[in-house]
Design a protein around this ligand. Structure first.
Ligand code: PEP
Ligand code: MN
Length: 626
């Protein structure tokens, strides 16, 4: 039941209500979010609406319509993010768990872990207790396997997940692993579910071979009912009449689970298909369908694997798949930590410095802006964030050390470079230390009930007006376009004015934060609308590999002057991914060249490249390698 409490209820009265609910066998949860004074109660004992309605302090009772309560979206309207050490499952990042079916020996597990980590897996999997169809097949190394997993965590910094097959293993699981997996065959082993509920570690709950989504969520409810809210669902295919694949991957479970429940969901295409060749297409589809992550079987030598070799990817294939996922993720508003080494660099040194607990990163505008999203997607929970009012204030704050990093848009795929920021990069002695690309989807937003015909003014950032040109053009006579500093501010101003004659263009998140309505969805001229954000700092992030560099240079006004620096890149086989010329302020008809290269030109071995570049340019600035 959802209980809406009487307005003005005091803390003491609420405390009495909670205890009385608990005395009647109910599990009580605050329904956080924006609604204060709302609690959820799931009862072991059968109680009807009247019982709750009569409790002191209760204004209204809304029954939860589904059989599962604590895991239902009604009980917890926001997405749950499960945290496993540094990894967040259910947020803006696609989390990839990879590793062999079973831990076979130390060498096999370590070799595979090094490979999957290299390609961007953020968690390691490997069975130590294997539920095998035949009693004569390899059954796993047992506790010795768990110890190897714990050593892998130490060595590679990857949290580890493994399956628990019996309640006897509870103590060892607690001791050695980060996430306890409940396998498909045990999804309805209720004693096991209650046991992992009590261990309290995050649980990866696989869907049973022939379980309905409702049964699956009921199993999650068992874990919750023991007080453990850290559940990750894993769709791994169900048994159907189809025999060309090992199981049938039910991708429709993703949007259904997302609607019914607040829990994160990952997909295991390996057990779903049973065939190596089918794993990548299904993994790509899962991400496109909205999965929060993937669990993939990878073996350094799958032909010799003791179990599930036929479905295990070769490390290189896994690398290729990660490249695809990296490209697909921004299309669905997410990000993959593809260059994991690079990212772990930023996280490893988040503490101490400047006497602060966490490093700080600044972005433009308020919460919900694309800059805020870019900041979250790059750093995750590893920094604290600060919102600043202008690009210059971000550069200043990084310069003075008030913040450690700044996140800035540098280029949009529809409208080109954001020159203001290039000018600041020239002016300030700071480095580009990272980049992140977001798909930018714009919506026309108004106060609830606003009709398109009523609109007289549209507020947004000028760049956004450009990106929505085709949508706005037919209305140029009725709608006055009002420029403001960022999209979140536009939405807030329209909310504050509260008039149906005003509308804003902004993101879905901004509309949600301000309780506003989307009048028209996806109004950017071209849906392939991406913005590339860069992260600036005083020093490059400590760890490599860095794969890209940005430079600015100018040449003398002479024939062949541009050819010479370009020839240096060509001779060294360095790929250029951007070349743009831009007028030098105050020097009519003279130009700077902005170049992005697929190489770390600041690494040892490239000194000669930089020296010859200096020779053939009259101004050169390396903006950073990242
Ligand atoms: C596994 O992930 O190792 C496994 C046995 O999977 P499932 O329970 O989905 O068959
Ligand atoms: Mn397996």
């Amino acid at each position: 039941m959802i209980l809406v409490l009487q307005e003005g209820i005091t803390r003491e009265e609420k405390g009495r209500l909670d205890s009385s609910l608990e005395d009647h066998g109910c599990i009580v949860r605050e329904i956080s979010t924006y609604q204060l004074g709302v609690v959820g109660a799931a009862g072991k004992a059968e109680k009807d609406v009247d019982f709750f309605q009569d409790l002191p302090g209760v204004e209204r009772v809304i029954p939860i319509s589904t059989s599962f309560k604590l895991v239902s979206r009604q009980m917890h309207p926001e997405d749950t993010v499960v945290r496993v050490r540094d990894v967040e499952i259910g947020g803006d990042r696609i989390v990839v768990v990879a590793g062999p079916c079973a831990v076979e020996n130390r060498e096999q597990a370590f070799t595979t872990a090094a490979e999957v980590r290299k390609y961007g897996a953020v968690m390691f999997r490997g069975g130590a207790f294997k539920p095998r169809t035949s009693p004569y097949s390899f059954q796993g190394l047992g506790v010795e396997g768990l110890q190897i997993l714990a050593d892998i965590r130490e060595e590679f910094g990857l949290p580890v997940v493994t399956e628990m097959t019996s309640t006897d293993q509870a103590e060892s699981m607690d001791k050695y692993v980060d996430v306890v997996q409940i396998g498909a065959r045990n999804m309805q082993n209720f004693e096991l579910l209650k046991c992992v509920g009590r261990i309290g570690k995050p649980v990866l709950l696989k869907r049973g071979l022939s379980a309905t989504i409702e049964e699956w969520l009921m199993s999650a409810e068992y874990i919750f009912s023991e007080g453990n809210d850290q559940v990750i669902l894993c769709e791994r295919g169900i048994r159907t009449f189809e025999r060309y694949t090992r199981n049938t991957l039910d991708l429709s479970a993703i949007p259904i689970v997302k609607e019914l429940s607040h829990l994160p969901i990952v997909v295991d295409p390996s057990h779903a298909t049973g065939m190596r060749k089918k794993v990548a297409p299904m993994a790509r589809s899962a991400v496109a369908a909205g999965a929060d992550g993937l669990m993939i079987e990878v073996h350094h030598d799958p032909d010799k694997a003791l179990s599930d070799g036929a479905q295990s990817l070769y490390p290189k294939q896994f690398g290729q798949l990660m490249r695809d996922i990296y490209v697909i993720s921004p299309v669905v508003g997410k990000q993959l930590d593809f260059a994991y080494d690079k990212k772990s660099g930023s996280s490893d040194e988040t503490c101490e410095e400047n006497g602060r607990e966490k490093k700080r990163a600044a972005f433009l505008g308020m919460e919900g802006t694309f800059s805020h999203k870019a900041c979250n997607q790059f750093f995750g929970n590893k920094v604290s964030t600060a919102s600043l009012p202008s690009f210059r204030s971000i550069f200043e704050a990084v310069k003075t050390g008030e913040v450690d990093y700044g996140v800035l848009p540098l280029e949009n795929s529809l409208t080109g470079s954001i020159h203001e920021n290039y000018d600041f990069l020239l002016e300030y002695d700071l480095k580009i230390v990272g980049e992140v690309t977001l798909r930018v989807k714009h919506h026309l937003i108004g106060i609830p009930g606003t009709k398109r015909e009523q609109i007289e003014r549209v507020l947004s950032h000028p760049q956004v007006f450009q990106q929505c040109r085709l949508f706005l053009e037919p209305h140029h006579e009725e709608w006055a376009l009002v420029s403001v500093t960022d999209t979140a501010k536009a939405v807030r101003l329209v909310r504050e004015a509260g008039k149906p004659t005003d509308a804003a263009i902004g993101s879905r998140e901004e509309a949600k934060i301000h309780d506003m309505e989307i009048i028209e969805e996806g109004i950017e001229t071209n849906p392939r609308n991406f913005t590339r954000f860069v992260v600036i700092g005083k020093e490059p992030l400590p760890k490599g590999p860095r794969s890209k560099s940005s430079l600015i240079f100018s040449t003398v006004n002479q024939s062949g002057a541009l050819y010479r620096p370009l020839k240096i890149f060509a001779d060294r086989g360095i790929n250029l991914v951007k070349l743009e010329s831009r007028p030098i302020p105050g020097k009519p008809w003279e130009y700077m060249f902005y170049v992005d290269l697929e190489e770390d030109v600041e690494s040892p071995g490239f000194e000669t490249v930089l020296l010859s570049l200096e020779e053939h340019t009259d101004y050169l600035k390396v903006l950073g390698s990242y």
